[in-house]
Design a protein around this ligand. Structure first.
Ligand SMILES: CCCCCCCCCC/C=C\CCC/C=C/C(=O)SCCNC(=O)CCNC(=O)[C@H](O)C(C)(C)COP(=O)(O)OP(=O)(O)OC[C@H]1O[C@@H](n2cnc3c(N)ncnc32)[C@H](O)[C@@H]1OP(=O)(O)O
Ligand code: FAD
Length: 664
């Protein structure tokens, strides 16, 4: 047997559920599935969107090719009259970081969220027709996480009714904004507002960077690319830029003025809108990043699962086939929790999208009451899901053995493209510390204020602190109420313990800094409560299709009990579980893995990923791995000739012992 075609055919026959119905459950609805499937095929069948050769291209060629893809996509959007939703799917399936990500996910949302009605009327139609191309220039060489520490200045000049945008130091150079180095004509620049010598906080300003006719940088603007980034291909299709402003004048009405205004006379007016709305674009993108995590993780898991069914090692009897590596319990205990995590992140992402839509509607009606919770949820879940996904992709590489390290496995580029998600839109530790602030506040108010939303479970603080887990058999872990309660109790106990230790510090900020590592762990525990509870809520809905709900229940228990096993130190230290109960959870986990096993291939087929999206020989739908790996090796341009450049010059003289007289 040269390939694994028959193996995957056999595996698909083992499925105990309706794969087509699971595809719908994964997509969210039949309509969402059909839309997504149609756009995926459109991209997969268009040779311009080919991406398999991307990691072999030099930077300039890579970038030009990316510009071509964007132009082709825009043409398709117009010619086929694609809706905004379809256009977003098109970008997802093209699967190439590009300046349009910043245009549609940051520049436009920033104007929508922070602009006045007049500013929206002027800028949004231009941006939506791509007549201006915008980026999001917040981070600087010297400051990223600390937004209030930004150094770029926007000084109002009452004489000309303009702001003067200036980079006073080297460290104030804008550094990282995607799309800026070579493409964007405009940027939302975050800068310290200075009126009559007084600092009035950091605000966003629409600044034109380039001449719309010939694309040259405008006077006073120095702009360039910050250099190659991690990995081949990967995020190098994006032109992350550096910008330096030398007293660049912009009209007063280009400060985003929904939150605060500057009058013609140069007076600062603070509206009722909280200043945190200036950070609203980041809340929006963090929510998108959570939704995206399940897509990235499911890709890696799909590759590793299919390959694990094709790959065989050891155990051959009488010349018969060796064991499929997916049958090793160790392989299952590494792979199946990741498979379950992909589903868990899909459902929590769906819920977070709902939460964001709700908060957006409230903000439009000037109701800011749910903003702190939305901020804590998006920050915390962004941190949890991206860290787990980045680690998960790397684990999938290892699950594929040596072949996982080949670019043609599709995993190295996926990893290199994905990992910055742990850093951008808020470093993951900094984000967990935001959750910690929210939790500490919630815990300190428990005596007189009922927690709401995702912290509502802490209303039962007394019961969660005092009662202990009642599980006596492995079977008793198969109860969603029991599982959720264990997570809630552990989280409440960790948060309350942090609160008690914090209370011993005279200076709360000092205490917060001293205990920050523990606070991050308590925040993670709270975020896990959210993911686990949202999975349970999903299971309480009607989920059509033979066996679909049952399999999702299995995946829920795998996800939750795996986390419980991984963090059993917390569960034991807080006293909620006994060592025996933790051990029973682990026994149940092994039973669950055997329930996933026959369904594993069908569960990854349910992601409905095209071979184009996976761009992986190991993860091919047909399982034809070995012949295609062999073919790809000989198609590599490096194999164009048997004698590589340099052999005659540097190797042959060595073989002939003539190195000392050779010209090197
Ligand atoms: C390829 C991989 C897959 C990804 C694909 C996903 C697709 C999505 C689209 C892709 C688009 C673009 C690609 C990404 C490009 C990347 C762009 C960027 O990275 S842009 C720059 C992002 N920068 C950051 O995230 C900076 C992080 N820092 C901060 O957010 C803040 O400075 C913070 C929160 C750390 C602290 O702020 P500050 O010091 O000002 O405030 P305080 O600490 O004093 O807090 C005051 C008070 O406000 C609350 N707060 C803070 N932030 C918010 C918010 N956003 N909303 C609401 N409230 C907020 C804070 O908790 C405090 O509350 P209090 O009650 O007083 O304690
Ligand atoms: C691929 C990519 C694309 C990007 N695109 C953009 C863009 O389009 N526009 C834009 O404006 N920016 C962009 N960024 C910048 C990005 O938002 C920042 O890098 C990010 O917010 C992290 O900030 P930093 O680099 O200052 O990290 P730092 O804050 O310097 O972090 C360094 C270390 O310090 C730790 N740390 C920092 N503060 C604390 C604290 N208070 N407590 C404990 N630990 C702390 C962090 O955990 C981390 O380990 C991009 C970055 C990348 C990698």
């Amino acid at each position: 047997m040269e390939g694994g075609v028959d193996y995957l055919i056999d595996e698909r026959k083992k499925a105990q559920f309706d794969v087509e119905a699971m595809k719908v459950a994964w997509a969210g609805s039949r309509q969402a599935f059909e839309l997504s499937d149609r756009i995926a095929k459109l991209v997969a069948n268009d040779p311009i969107f080919e991406k398999f050769s991307r990691p072999m291209l030099g930077r300039k060629e890579l970038f030009k090719n990316s510009l071509r893809k964007v132009a082709h996509a825009w043409k398709l959007i117009i010619d086929l009259r694609l809706s905004e939703e379809e256009a977003k799917l098109l970008r997802h399936y093209i699967d190439e970081p590009a300046y349009t990500d910043l245009q549609w996910e940051m520049f436009i949302p920033a104007i929508e969220g922070q602009g006045t009605e007049e500013q929206k009327r002027k800028w949004l139609p231009l941006a939506r027709k791509m007549q201006v191309i915008g980026s999001y220039a917040q981070t600087e060489l010297g400051h990223g996480s600390n937004v209030q520490g930004l150094e770029t200045t926007a000084t109002f000049d009452p004489q000309t009714d303009e702001f003067v945008i200036h980079s006073p130091t080297l460290t104030s150079s804008k550094w990282w904004p995607g799309g800026t180095a070579k493409v964007s004509t405009h940027a939302i620049v975050y800068a310290r507002l200075i009126l009559d010598g007084q600092f009035h906080g950091v605000h966003g300003f629409i600044v034109q960077l380039r001449n719309l006719e010939n694309h040259t940088p405008l006077p006073g603007i120095t702009v360039g690319d910050i250099g190659m980034k991690f990995g081949n291909g990967a995020y190098n299709t994006m032109d992350n830029g550096v910008i330096r402003f030398n007293h660049v004048h912009i009209p007063r009405n280009q400060m985003l003025m929904r939150v605060s205004q500057v009058t013609r006379e140069g007076k600062f007016v603070q509206s009722d809108v909280p200043r945190q709305l200036l950070y609203g674009t980041m809340v929006y993108v963090r929510q998108k990043i959570v939704a995206d995590a399940s897509k990235a993780l499911s890709r890696a898991v799909c590759i590793a699962t299919r390959y694990s069914a094709v790959r065989r090692q050891f155990g051959s009897r009488n010349g018969g086939p060796e064991i499929q590596v997916i049958d090793y319990k160790t392989q299952q205990s590494r792979l199946f929790p990741l498979l379950a995590s992909a589903y868990a992140f899909r459902f929590v992402g769906e819920w977070l999208k709902w939460l964001y839509t709700d908060v957006k509607q409230r903000l439009e009606a000037n109701d800011f009451s749910t903003l702190p919770e939305a901020h804590a949820c998006t920050a915390g879940l962004k941190s949890l899901t991206t860290s787990a996904t980045a680690d998960g992709i790397e684990e999938c590489r290892k699950l594929c053995g040596g072949h996982g390290y080949l670019v043609s496995s599709g995993i190295p580029e996926l990893f290199a493209t994905y990992v910055p998600a742990c850093t951008f839109e808020g470093d993951n530790v900094v984000m967990m510390l935001q959750v910690a602030r929210f939790l500490v506040k919630t815990v300190s108010e428990l005596g007189y204020k009922q927690p709401v939303g995702t912290t509502a479970y802490m209303r039962r603080v007394t019961a969660l602190m005092q009662s202990n887990c009642a599980v006596r058999t492995a079977e008793e872990w198969l109860n969603p109420g029991v599982v959720v309660e264990a997570f809630e109790a552990r989280s409440t106990r960790m948060a309350v313990a942090c609160g008690q230790r914090l209370a011993k510090f005279e200076n709360p900020e000092e205490g917060f800094a001293e205990l920050s590592a523990d606070l991050v762990e308590a925040s993670l525990a709270h975020c896990q409560v959210i993911v686990v509870s949202k999975f349970v809520e999903k299971l309480q809905q009607e989920i059509p299709g033979k066996g679909v709900k049952r399999l999702l229940e299995v995946l829920f228990y795998v996800y939750a009990l795996f986390l419980l096993h991984k963090h059993q130190g917390d569960f034991l230290a807080t006293g909620y579980l006994t060592p025996k109960q933790a051990s029973l959870a682990n026994d149940q986990l092994r039973i669950l893995y055997s329930k996933v096993r026959p369904n594993a291939i069908a569960l990854v087929d349910s992601f409905n990923h095209t071979d184009h999206l996976l761009s992986s020989i190991l993860g091919r739908y047909d399982g034809n791995v070995y012949p295609k790996l062999y073919e790809a090796a000989f198609n590599d341009p490096f194999n164009d000739s048997d004698i590589a450049d340099g052999i005659h010059q540097y190797v042959q003289p060595m073989l002939r012992q003539e190195l000392h007289s050779a010209k090197l």
